[in-house]
Design a protein around this ligand. Structure first.
Ligand code: ZN
Length: 467
């Protein structure tokens, strides 16, 4: 990977024949050198970035397809490192219910998991089409599914929408009060996880991870065995960790240790474990993260309602941490730009304000966490997360001519502070244009909306029966 872009010499290195040439954008590479290029160009061969330079140096390049733009910023695609595909059609439903009835608690157990349980495979496919085309429309080019029902259908939807993703199976083998269809034996859970990973091994853009829903829903034996399988296969385990107070109490009561301490003791807290939320970490658990290097995901939309998440502490101490939405049911938006903006305010309140320290975290650093950090957290830092020659061509073209963005002195500031998902004009994933001037190239969005209108009443009828 060539991260050292010498603009003066780029013309000589430009290839002649390329598949796609993007010309006229300001480039914010988010590479190790923090390269920005005004009026730049990016050449793509196959699924990879072949050349990056000034537009003026690109004239000798002969592309099969050319995208000439003005007033656009090119940015690496954003990564949603914790997502729930099967909760997509629940967006706004819990809030709507709360206006007319008393809600039960906890929400995840009383509503999210029952909702997942009533979905047919085709409903999960539909949820995937809706969710992933939504993500693409707001600049997310890669997602990590936390684990839900019918994960193969998520994979099929990911392939069809053109997004990059890691799918996973909801894994619950203990606890009371869960719908029967969501519970499996330990052997079924292991078998289901391993065969899923195996089936999606050679699919390239879409792969599968192992999953443990969380420590309360997974037996210690299952946690050990999935942890062992992760080490053997080199695949990540997606889990929720240190998210709720109930989980801390459960770990103290059953293991005499806090959740991350328990996982460290049994050898599962390692580079293969991907720990969504990681909000309620004690100082000792933060040390364990730094020592054992599990990855993490900060979901700013809801993490500040759970505790004081130490995002910047973890990031600055070298933990691989990205940003996530936690799905549409949790908060509503799938816009990682907005997650980053929320995280900046949250981290400022936690880290800076008590000490009258105004610069606790910058928007630029959070944009880096949303890209570089997400890639590292998913173990994909060698192929995605920045615009560099040799990396996958996962590229956003963002509007930068709106009134709320002018004037522009530094495209990095604009991308980090004033861009939101709806400013995404075009999206390239794996070298293919999947969104062009806000038009989805692979999904007929009006037909998809019509399918939703037709299907939602039946899904909601089933949901009423299980709540
Ligand atoms: Zn979650």
């Amino acid at each position: 990977v060539n991260s050292n872009i010498d603009v003066a010499n780029l013309g000589e290195r430009a290839p002649r024949k390329v598949d796609l040439l993007i010309v006229g954008c300001d480039i914010v590479a988010l590479d190790p050198d923090n390269t920005t290029i005004r009026n730049g160009a990016i050449a793509v061969i196959g699924d990879k970035i072949a050349w990056i330079g000034k537009s003026s140096e690109a004239s000798r390049i002969d592309p099969t397809e050319q995208l000439t733009v003005t007033d656009k910023i090119a940015l690496p695609g954003l990564i949603d490192a914790h997502f729930h595909t099967a909760q997509q059609l629940l967006r706004g439903k819990i809030a709507a219910m709360a206006r007319v009835r008393q809600l039960k608690n906890p929400i995840w157990k009383c509503y999210y998991i029952p909702f997942e349980s009533i979905l047919d495979p085709e409903d999960v496919y539909l949820s995937g089409l809706v969710a992933y085309s939504n993500m693409i429309s707001v600049g997310t080019t890669c997602f990590a599914e936390a684990g839900g029902p019918h994960p193969d259908e998520m994979g099929r939807a990911a392939l069809d929408t053109g997004i990059r993703g890691i799918i996973a199976l909801s894994t619950i083998d203990q606890g009371v009060g869960y719908p029967p269809s969501m519970i499996m034996t330990r052997d079924e859970a292991i078998e289901g996880n391993l065969t899923l990973v195996h089936r999606w091994q050679a699919k390239g853009r879409v792969t599968a991870s192992l999953a443990l829903r969380q420590i309360m829903t997974c037996s210690p034996e299952l946690i050990r065995e999935i942890g062992r399988a992760a080490t053997q296969t080199g695949v990540k385990v997606h889990t929720h960790l240190c998210e709720g107070t109930y989980e801390i109490d459960y770990a103290l009561e059953h293991f005499g240790k806090r959740p991350a301490e328990f996982l460290a003791e049994i050898g599962v807290l390692n580079r293969h474990l991907h720990c969504a939320h990681s909000v309620l970490l004690s100082p000792n658990e933060i040390d364990l993260y730094v020592e054992h290097r599990p990855s993490a995901c900060h979901c700013a939309f809801n993490n500040y309602a759970l505790g004081s998440p130490q995002l910047m502490e973890l990031w600055r101490r070298g933990v691989d941490i990205g940003l996530g939405t936690d799905g549409a049911a949790a908060w509503g938006s799938l816009d990682i730009f907005r997650v980053a903006h929320a995280a900046r305010i949250g981290q400022q309140v936690i880290m800076g304000t008590p000490h009258h320290y105004r610069n606790a975290v910058s928007s630029e650093e959070l944009l880096r966490i949303a890209t570089n950090g997400g890639a590292r957290a998913l173990g994909l830092e060698h192929s995605i997360g920045s615009l560099e020659v040799g990396k996958k061509a996962d590229i956003l073209l963002l509007d930068s001519d709106h009134a709320d963005q002018q004037p522009i002195y530094d495209p990095l500031f604009t991308a980090a502070a004033t861009v939101i998902g709806r400013d995404v004009d075009s999206v390239i994933i794996d070298g293919k244009i999947v969104l062009k001037h806000r038009q989805n190239m692979l999904v007929d969005m009006s037909e998809l909306r019509a399918r939703l209108v037709e299907r939602i009443p039946e899904i909601m009828r089933r949901f009423e029966e299980v709540m």
